[in-house]
Design a binder for this molecule. Structure first.
Ligand code: ADE
Ligand code: ZN
Length: 335
């Protein structure tokens, strides 16, 4: 199963750029920016980096964020992610970037764009196509929403495909962001908010109703509402499920207890993703393997997960078709 999963051409739909920094990347940034106070010694860095609990995860996340000072740092981050994706035979990824957080750290829009663009070109040379989702850090409110939207629409960088909403959900209602999502949609961007990661099904309903979400980031709590499960299945709204992330942040007790089984049984389009991979000790291949083992999936079931990600992506149709053909070929070879 491991080699089969490797052989499948894969698509990643939910990974945060800052959350994708590997220990190697963080070490490189820490040595470039010793004033940030992040360990520059490998063993010490690995200890700092090892997941303990959610508060510590946030501490490490913000430490990485604080070391991104210019285009060079952002380039380093993008290339590090692309290398990880290439090693796992991931061909295409929609990567979430939170421009407003970089602005708060004093990084200009031009620096962000330059780092993303040069990183994207380097990724293409590794055989990985990157697309961007610019997301609102919801906890920073309507100012963040306004700035994120303005940046997305004014700059419209190559590869920008979608508009998102992340950060904590508790106390951060989705509906307040409706006008921003409407404008993004009007401008041709796809809408992919987080919803139902840490709060209940009503947040997912709101993401669908108020933001016209085309996919849901996480959507874990949809299984608590049979009508919502049925709606997601009927409308073919894909979920970006991130199993290990959900276990690490204690939203679910274990991969075995993850509601992904009930989502699949209800006929929901499930895609498997990583969220903040090195922070959670996750990889896309590892997520496929974990779900396959926990649910005792067949090769055909696993291939279906890979197909779902292709179909749920914002790739142009000819690229989808060729990836789907490749998946069929890989599946046929094990039969
Ligand atoms: N940003 C980075 N990781 C996140 C997560 N798990 N949920 C919401 N926003 C995030
Ligand atoms: Zn996320």
């Amino acid at each position: 199963m491991r080699s089969f999963i490797h052989a499948l051409p894969k698509v990643e739909l939910h990974v945060h750029l800052v959350g994708s920094a590997s220990a190697d990347t963080v070490l490189e940034l820490a040595r470039r920016h010793p004033e940030a106070g992040v360990p520059t010694d490998r063993a010490e860095l690995e200890r700092f980096y090892t997941f303990r609990d959610f508060d510590h995860f946030l501490k490490v996340y913000w430490a990485v964020q604080s070391m991104l000072k210019d285009r060079h740092d952002i380039h380093t981050l993008v290339v590090g992610l692309a290398g990880e994706l290439a090693r796992q035979n991931v061909r295409y990824a929609e990567v979430t970037v939170t421009p407003y957080n970089h602005f708060l750290d004093g990084v200009s829009g031009d620096e962000v764009l330059a780092g993303l663009e040069s990183g994207r070109a380097a990724a293409a040379a590794l055989g990985v196509e990157l697309a961007w989702c610019f997301d609102i850090p919801g906890e920073k409110g309507l100012v963040a929403a306004r700035e994120t939207l303005a940046f997305a629409l004014n700059e419209r960088p190559e590869g920008l495909v979608s508009f998102g909403l992340g950060g904590p959900e508790t106390g951060v209602g989705r509906a307040q962001f409706a006008p921003f999502f409407a404008a993004a949609r009007e401008a041709g961007l796809h809408c992919v908010p987080h919803a139902g990661e840490t709060t209940g099904p009503e947040t997912i309903w709101s993401a669908l109703r108020d933001l016209k979400a085309e996919r849901i980031g996480h959507g874990t709590s949809c299984v608590d509402d049979p009508a919502l499960l049925a709606h997601l299945a009927l409308k073919g709204i894909p979920l970006e499920v991130c199993p290990t992330s959900n276990v690490r942040t204690r939203q679910v007790a274990s991969i075995e207890a993850h509601p992904v089984r009930r989502m699949l049984e209800a006929g929901v389009v499930v895609t498997v993703n990583t969220d903040d991979p090195p922070f959670f000790g996750a990889s896309l291949e590892g997520e496929y393997l974990a779900v396959a083992s926990a649910l005792d999936l067949s090769h055909a079931d696993v291939a279906r997960l890979a197909e779902n990600a292709v179909l749920a992506s914002f790739l142009p149709n000819p690229r989808k078709t060729s990836l789907l053909e490749e998946i069929s070929t890989v599946l046929a070879a094990v039969r």
